[in-house]
Ligand binder design. Structure first.
Ligand code: ADP
Ligand code: MG
Length: 308
């Protein structure tokens, strides 16, 4: 096993409501997980699952109720400052002074972390997030995606080995998201361990080598993205067809066939049916123009796990 970047042991958070005990919220329920150095790790869950609570505990803005957290080998209870120094947190909301330039802002922030002038890598960081050309513009003139990237830059000024992004693409359009992801992957290649939270499964699927799924504070899955995807039992085959003679003749046990215009879709459990039979029966009854398959995605697992 690789070196552990971050671990949570029975990490629990109850938000107390002093006026009404019944209204206390169990936001994290004995969470256990480990993130290895060098990973891009996804913390996945619907709204209210406890993702931000987890991150805010590490960042020191939320006090845990019980359990243990270790970051870069340091116990949060023993040295919270050192824990904070080991992580860069990219928050959900954009929060900076619109009148500073990116360069000025990063310099100020580095100062805030006690990084000496000579040790600052402001220019390099700006380059890493592709903002070197905007170094001296007003941040208010930056596009939404650039602002997000500037948030990442801000989280990196003290060169933490772990970068945590909380729902980094909320409100970011497709083009900018791609750009953001390539920047994050770049940082990971340089050795930074990445943890990102999202409620969007395709995002985790695309980015992360391992994924934890939490729901209502409970860990419901923790595995490699590949293994989680293998758990998906439902597969789909789409046929574009011509000269369909009789759709009603296309019947197979354990396979559901649906038709729309010139398309026939077979939905089946990959453990129960093979695709050869499916293709054969369609071919018997129509001319197949095109075939595509759909492996389903984490959404299937997610629904199964979070409803159950
Ligand atoms: P996520 O980031 O996954 O959407 P959060 O960690 O923000 O989830 O919230 C987890 C649960 O804790 C939710 O039920 C939320 O309402 C509750 N919660 C979050 N912050 C507070 C707070 N400061 N006071 C009380 N309850 C909170
Ligand atoms: Mg959140």
């Amino acid at each position: 096993m690789n070196k552990i970047a971050l671990s949570a042991e029975n990490l629990t958070k109850i938000y107390k409501n002093n006026n009404n005990v019944d209204k206390s919220t169990l936001a994290l329920n004995k969470l256990n997980l480990k993130v290895e150095c060098g990973e891009i790790f996804g913390l996945l869950g619907p709204n209210g699952a406890g993702k931000s609570t987890f991150i805010n505990i590490l960042a020191g803005t939320v006090i845990k109720t019980s359990g243990k957290a270790e970051v870069w080998g340091i116990d949060l209870d023993v040295n919270p400052r050192q824990v904070r120094a080991s992580i860069g947190v990219v928050p959900q909301e954009i929060n900076f002074d619109p009148f500073f330039s990116p360069k000025k802002m990063l310099d100020l922030h580095a100062g805030f972390y006690g990084v000496k002038k000579n040790d600052r890598i402001t220019e390099l960081i700006l380059k890493m997030v592709s903002l070197e050309e905007q170094a001296n513009s007003y941040t208010r003139s930056l596009s939404g995606g650039m602002k997000r990237r500037l948030l990442i830059a801000k989280a990196m000024v003290h060169q933490p080995p772990i970068l945590i992004l909380d729902e980094p693409t909320a409100g970011v359009d497709v083009e900018l998201r791609k750009n953001l992801w390539s920047n994050v992957k770049q940082l990971n290649k340089l050795g930074v361990t990445i943890i990102l939270t999202t409620h969007q499964l395709y995002e985790a699927q695309e980015m992360c080598n391992r994924i934890a799924i939490i729901n209502k504070g409970n860990l419901v899955a923790l595995d490699t993205t590949k293994k989680l995807l293998e758990q998906i039992e439902t597969k789909k085959i789409k046929f574009k067809v011509k000269n369909l003679n009789n759709f009603d003749k296309i019947i197979l046990n354990n396979v559901k066939f649906t038709k729309s215009d010139d398309e026939i879709i077979a939905t089946y459990d990959k453990n129960k049916s093979g695709f050869e039979k499916i293709i054969a029966i369609v071919k018997e009854n129509a001319e197949i123009m095109d075939i595509s398959t759909d492996d389903g995605d984490l959404e299937d697992i997610f629904l199964k796990l979070t409803n159950g």
